[in-house]
Write a protein that binds this ligand. Structure first.
Ligand SMILES: Cc1cc2nc3c(=O)[nH]c(=O)nc-3n(C[C@H](O)[C@H](O)[C@H](O)COP(=O)(O)OP(=O)(O)OC[C@H]3O[C@@H](n4cnc5c(N)ncnc54)[C@H](O)[C@@H]3O)c2cc1C
Length: 416
């Protein structure tokens, strides 16, 4: 007779692994299985990001992002310190380079303050900006001294080691292809066998909507992939950037705008932009998947979004293909930079949920299913917030278990 797990998690990115660790921490006897389709953990978003432990200035006070980012950053710093994972609290400046950006920067200052981000300092003029970042342009700026950098892939690998040591099972090369139900369990079919579980946590990132649909969940959103491309700065220009330099983001989008990031293992990167991608796990400009493109194009919400943001989308596409256009965006922050100083340096793809009305879902989104929690929108700052996202998800699955034990029927319902 095949073993039935208490909980199976689909996806061994930082969120799935953080959930696994939290489950075993609360209940060491839990029979836990994590299924990952790739041959390693952190193969997608978790292994292709900027490595920034965000402080929480961007997010609407009261939102899940605000709460889980601020507390998550503290928890992440504690985790990397405790496990010897390299990190550096290098701080960042956000600079307004146009007069119309100043009120938006002030709003970030207010949001950061309301969210409890410590040490924020308003940089009132160009001279004050240059005291922190001597080569940055800026009419004024905001200094966020607590922002840090780390390696989230190393965090994920450490989480996987802790899970295995605590008796959990992480199965690699196990893509979940279909899911069926009985009254008391879910049966997950993968290429490397069939697995039975009482409860499911879907942390499948760029495929989270598909995995949710495999369970029969009726989602109001679809995942749309946005590729973010990076350039690296030539070593002889590293002196131009001390820590992290960010622009004031466009409030219509959940992306931060191309910025300069010091990497924890050395080097400085510029990016990422945000280009609508034709493949969910496609890391080059020519990556294409018929299935993924069809999934986007056949969705009504996609066309509503396209109608609203086509001009911005075309601009991003142009900057993706034109190095001089990308450099021009960067020179707004760092005027001394020239096209010869930057070289292409890979990309990541963000899983961004889009609703039926063409709105990019701003906050984290968790959807209850039958015997399942679907983590449906955890874009940036979810790596920062992962340890606290895990607490929210484990609270939800625990409530579901208690309710089911009492014999209540749990129907598909709205977000947590
Ligand atoms: C370009 C970029 C820059 C970013 N910068 C930052 C940053 O600086 N700071 C920050 O906090 N956040 C950042 N983020 C966001 C952060 O990386 C993500 O929010 C986070 O990694 C999400 O983790 P995850 O576990 O949900 O997803 P993922 O890491 O994508 O993991 C999902 C996993 O599910 C697996 N999977 C999918 N389908 C199946 C299936 N059917 N069966 C089995 N396994 C499956 C995938 O292979 C994958 O390993 C950035 C993201 C990107 C793309």
């Amino acid at each position: 007779m095949q073993e039935t797990f208490d909980i199976a998690i689909v996806g061994a990115g930082i969120v799935g692994l953080a959930v696994g660790r939290e489950l075993l921490h609360r209940n060491p006897d839990c029979r836990l299985l994590i299924l990952e389709k790739e041959g390693q953990v952190a193969a997608h978003q978790t292994g292709h990001n900027s490595g920034v432990i965000h402080s929480g200035i961007y997010y609407k006070p009261g939102s899940l992002k605000a709460r889980l980012c601020v507390h998550g950053a503290a928890a992440m710093l504690e985790f990397v310190r405790a496990h010897g994972i390299p990190y550096e609290q290098c701080g960042k400046v956000v600079v307004a380079t146009q007069p119309e950006e100043i009120p938006r920067l002030q709003e970030l200052y207010e949001r950061g303050t309301a969210n409890g981000v410590p040490g924020l300092r308003w940089l009132a003029d160009a001279g004050a900006v240059r005291e922190i970042e001597p080569h940055a342009a800026g009419l004024c700026g905001l200094h966020v001294p607590t922002t840090a950098i780390t390696d989230f892939k190393m965090v994920a690998e450490q989480l996987a080691r802790l899970i295995t040591a605590a008796g959990g099972m992480v199965r690699l090369n196990a893509a979940v292809a279909s899911i069926t139900h009985t009254a008391e369990e879910l049966i997950l079919k993968t290429l490397s066998g069939e697995f039975r579980t009482k409860y499911l946590v879907n942390c499948a990132g760029l495929h989270s909507d598909r995995v949710a649909r495999m369970t029969g969940a009726d989602l109001n959103v679809r995942i749309v992939p946005f590729r973010g491309e990076y350039y690296e700065i030539a070593p002889e220009k590293h002196h131009l950037v001390r820590g992290l330099i960010y622009p004031v983001p466009d409030p219509r989008f959940p992306f931060l705008g191309v910025h300069f990031t010091r990497r924890i293992h050395g080097g400085i990167e510029a990016g990422p932009n945000a280009v609508l991608a034709l493949k969910r796990e496609g890391y080059t400009r020519t990556s294409f998947s018929l299935q993924d493109s069809f999934a986007s194009l056949s969705y009504g919400g996609f066309w509503k979004m396209a109608a609203r943001y086509w001009a911005n989308g075309m601009g991003e596409l142009y900057r993706s293909w034109s190095k001089s256009a990308f450099t021009a965006a960067l020179r707004k922050l760092l005027p001394e930079l020239s096209q010869e100083d930057i070289h292409p340096a890979g990309a990541g793809v963000r899983a961004q949920a889009l609703d039926k009305n063409g709105k990019l879902v701003d906050d984290f989104l968790f959807v209850h299913g039958s015997r399942a929690i679907h983590v449906c929108n955890v874009p940036s700052p979810a790596a920062t917030a992962s340890l606290k996202i895990a607490e929210v998800v484990v609270d939800a699955i625990s409530d579901m278990m208690v309710t089911n034990k009492r014999g209540s029927h749990v129907a598909d319902r709205s977000p947590i």
